[in-house]
Design a protein around this ligand. Structure first.
Ligand code: TRP
Length: 469
């Protein structure tokens, strides 16, 4: 039988836009601003940047290297080394399902808010908070938006790597940056906006504590799409001529810029209107509309632009999460792309329905103390991604040959990568220990101990049955 050729990116810029699209998501525009707001502004940003460029960049490079070396998605990539490692890939696929059990719900909210920008959301700024609570708790409305949002994902991923994912990235990423810049310019022209700038860029170290570091590292992982084989999968579609170190640096820099731009889009305006930066997860859906309401007649347009930017960012990320599972089914279960996409997204939708309802009518139905939405969010964010990243570093540092890694990173010796030794020491020794410490503190800080034990048990059971997976 003829071997079907593996799909690959059509161009360098296509890969960069797709990988940046994966990285830039709700993590940048929804989570980064509220974490910054809650952790004191500038000081958090400095620590976050350190996490991104010392730890995140190294792991990004390791994931891309493992993916391109094996030309396989996460499970296959681990399995080619030893079946005892299969579980680490499977853990990634499981994380993919779980993140996609709530991510499209928030994606759906942002779609809804594009429309709501024009239909009265801004007319009563005082009621924005209650309106948000009522909306996400509604049993029908948010679900319709989630389904619509999922359909767009299905459409893109079913078209394949080049025609679907790459094209979406190439169109949507420049649009996202353009929209953010328009909103930033508007915000900076408001009187009083400069205190927003000093909040962002003048660090106040007195607010920093252990939790700040924890939040910053977790955010770096989530924002860069690390720890679940996403960049392994995207790396597996890269051709042998691409320079991995350079590409990793570009993607990480773009992701960081997007986060800073999101901060610039919100905080100057927020301070200009005298609102509080510490609102938490509701910051984007509750405080942002209040800002736009204060901008007069054009506020609607800025609001619609903002939520369009949020939706675009979310879309190119959820596409990558869906692709992790689809690529696994294609590589390991020999499914066709279309059936993998349809089957996977139906399961994800069911999880999303549970998540969405857990914020309203099903709020009493908890498992291990939390509703479905928090269940998926906490398990992935606090446990699976961190452990997944640590496993990858151990895998690359201790189980792959150093010379193979060097060969892959230098394109067979034709490329100079002066930082190879430094990177190798980071991956082999520094990062596993650092993540170990942070994961330990993070995991033990979960209030729901039952959930924590459950998460760890899942990993242990997967590891024990690794050879059968
Ligand atoms: N990075 C995306 C964001 O910032 C979310 C995401 C996409 C992700 N793929 C991932 C997170 C893989 C962890 C792992 O919103």
């Amino acid at each position: 039988m003829e071997q079907k050729e593996r799909e690959s990116w059509g161009s360098r810029i296509g890969f960069i836009m797709a990988a940046a699209g994966s990285a830039i998501g709700l993590g940048n525009i929804w989570r980064f601003p509220y974490l910054t707001g809650m952790n004191g502004g500038g000081a958090f940003i400095v620590i976050y940047l350190a996490c991104v460029f010392f730890i995140g960049l190294s792991i990004m490079l390791a994931e891309l290297t493992v993916g391109r070396r094996t030309h396989l998605a996460a499970v296959g990539a681990y399995k080619t080394n030893s079946k005892s490692w299969t579980f680490a890939g499977v853990l990634g696929v499981l994380s993919g399902f779980m993140i996609m059990g709530f991510y499209p719900v928030v994606g759906g909210w942002s779609m809804a808010y594009i429309v709501k920008s024009f239909t009265g959301l801004l007319s009563n700024p005082a009621a924005v908070g209650d309106a948000f609570g009522a909306f996400i708790g509604d049993p029908i409305q948010p679900l319709i938006w989630t389904v619509l949002y999922m359909l767009i994902n299905v459409y893109i991923v079913a078209r394949g790597v080049t025609k679907g994912i790459e094209t979406a990235g190439k169109i949507l990423m420049p649009m996202l940056f353009g929209l953010l810049i328009i909103i930033i310019i508007k915000g900076l022209t408001l009187t009083g906006s400069s205190s927003g700038l000093s909040f962002l860029f003048v660090p106040d170290w007195s607010v920093v504590n252990g939790n700040t570091f924890l939040a910053a590292l977790g955010q770096a992982f989530f924002s860069l799409s690390l720890g679940m084989g996403c960049m392994i999968t995207y790396g597996s579609y890269l051709n042998k001529q691409e320079k991995l170190p350079q590409n990793a640096l570009i993607v990480v820099t773009m992701d960081t810029c997007a986060a800073i731009l999101a901060g610039l889009a919100l905080f100057p305006a927020l301070f200009a209107f005298g609102l509080e930066p510490t609102a938490g997860p509701g910051l984007v859906f509750v405080v942002a509309p209040q800002i736009f309401a204060g901008m007069g007649g054009f506020g609607m347009i800025f609001s619609a632009f903002f939520f369009l930017a949020l939706m675009i960012a979310a879309l190119t990320s959820s596409v990558s999460l869906l692709e992790v599972v689809v690529a696994y089914l294609m590589d390991e279960r020999k499914m066709s792309r279309k059936s993998a996409v349809y089957g996977t997204s139906v399961v994800m939708l069911i999880l999303c329905v549970l998540s969405s309802l857990s914020l309203g009518v099903m709020s009493k139905a908890t498992v291990l103390g939390v509703g479905a939405f928090d269940f998926f969010d906490i398990l992935t964010d606090k446990i699976f991604l961190a452990i997944g990243g640590m496993l990858l570093a151990i895998f690359a540092g201790w189980f792959l040959k150093k010379e193979d890694l060097r060969d892959e990173l230098t394109n067979g010796g034709t490329l100079k990568f002066g930082l190879f030794e430094a990177w190798y020491i980071m991956i082999k020794y520094v990062i596993p220990v650092l993540i170990g410490i942070v994961a330990f503190v993070g995991i033990t800080s979960i209030a729901q101990k039952g959930l924590m034990i459950f998460g760890l048990l899942v990993i242990v059971v997967l590891a024990a049955f690794s050879k059968k997976l």
